[in-house]
Design a protein around this ligand. Structure first.
Ligand SMILES: [Zn+2]
Length: 393
């Protein structure tokens, strides 16, 4: 059975799979279950084995597999297509987020660009490969994890299953992986990582009519912020440089403190977002800032790191990227090998030794936008490239 790539994308857009982004929200647009069920029914129609793995209620990764001549259990090679099931929220959108309307050669809706378009292209290629399953050398896996937009939880579970040998269909890590994100059909070989944590200042509460009886935690944060502003401008960017993704960065994204205007605040915290170069060590990056602040400010308390996602390093994906570029160019696409600033699920696979690149239809400029859309010609081209690449893998 072949899949119509446009109709597959429209089906996916019409099935909301909004990521709650760490908030305790409820409602029928949230979580990935509708998309997972749809994918399961597609895999059943293609007559390929599938496997679901739960990260939390209503949030299952799903993988499916087409065996090559030698299955992985007997040492055969495995290529993984990977596309996440979730989308970002829909607040502020100016179009029907789940309408999947077609206008001027574009499909509109939340996730059309990031990354249900890439998922539809992979599914269409996967269906064509399933038609030719007798002729495939390598095994091809289609993996659709949950939770990419907040914490990479699904991808991390998948990588853990390879280490533990606890997946039925993926008894070991794949030999190569293509992670779908909107790259305009360019091949992304490196991207930045991210490190986040909170810094607290502690004071002592008092009535605000007698402020000197207390210790103001918000005032204590002021020199910390000034020091970090200097660090952001004069230190972080000059620590290192990467030829494809540029320089490291630091931002303070959240500040919170105090319980009422007539109380001297006993607590204040800020949250740091430090973008890492692909090969940068998160512990070292953290310690450098901790030491810097210790020399310049009163005592601050660092929480343990809340979020660490390594970058994508281009140390072992060169041959994979070259081969994908070759196929794409052969099909008439003038694409390039590039680096990007945003993070992806590839961060979970690269560190466990899987050669991985990021590739997909559409422009990241349209991802997460108020009128998110995907150009239909990109969708067709991506499906063709992925099919040709896997057929000869
Ligand atoms: Zn994405």
């Amino acid at each position: 059975m072949l899949l119509d790539v446009v109709e597959t994308l429209r089906d996916l857009v019409r099935l909301p799979s909004v990521n709650p982004m760490g908030y305790p929200v409820t409602g029928d647009i949230f979580l990935e279950e509708r998309v997972t069920n749809y994918l399961q029914s597609v895999f059943e129609k293609l007559d390929v084995p599938w496997e679901r793995s739960t990260t939390e209620p209503q949030r299952d990764n799903i993988v499916a597999r087409i065996d090559g001549r030698t299955p992985p259990e007997k040492g055969g090679r495995v290529l993984m297509f990977e596309a996440h099931q979730d989308t970002v929220p829909i607040e502020g959108m100016t179009i029907d987020p789940f309408g999947a309307e077609i206008r001027d050669g574009k499909i509109y809706g939340r996730g059309s660009c990031d990354i249900k378009g890439g998922m539809a292209a992979m599914l269409a290629a996967f269906a064509r490969l399933a038609e030719q399953r007798d002729k495939l050398d390598a095994t091809v896996v289609m993996a659709c994890p949950v939770g990419e937009e907040f914490g990479y939880t699904g991808a991390q579970l998948l990588a853990r299953q390879w280490a533990e040998g606890s997946s039925r269909l993926m008894p070991k890590a794949p030999d190569a992986a293509i992670v779908a994100e909107p790259t305009l059909l360019n091949v992304v070989v490196s991207h930045k990582g991210c490190l986040r944590w909170r810094i607290h200042t502690r004071g002592r509460a008092a009535h605000s009519s007698q402020p000197l009886r207390g210790e103001n935690a918000i005032f204590k944060m002021a020199p910390v912020l000034q020091a970090l502003e200097v660090y952001q401008k004069e230190i972080a960017p000059f620590r290192a440089e990467h030829p494809l993704v540029g320089r490291p960065s630091l931002s303070v994204g959240i500040i919170s403190g105090g319980i009422s205007v007539n109380t001297v605040p006993a607590e204040c915290f800020i949250e740091i977002d430090r973008r890492l170069l692909p090969d940068e060590n998160p512990d070292e990056a953290f310690q450098h800032i901790a030491d810097y602040l210790a020399e310049r400010t009163d005592v601050v308390v660092h929480d343990p790191k809340r979020f660490v996602a390594p970058g994508l390093s281009n140390t072992n994906n060169g041959p994979l990227a070259d081969r994908l570029l070759q196929v794409a160019r052969h099909l008439g696409n003038p694409c390039e090998k590039i680096g990007v600033n945003y993070g992806t699920d590839a961060a979970a696979y690269g560190p466990v030794g899987v050669p991985v690149v990021v590739f997909g239809p559409g422009d990241i400029a349209q991802a997460h936008t108020a009128d998110e859309w995907l150009a239909i010609d990109q969708l067709h081209k991506a499906a063709d490239i992925l099919f040709e690449f896997a057929k000869s893998f």
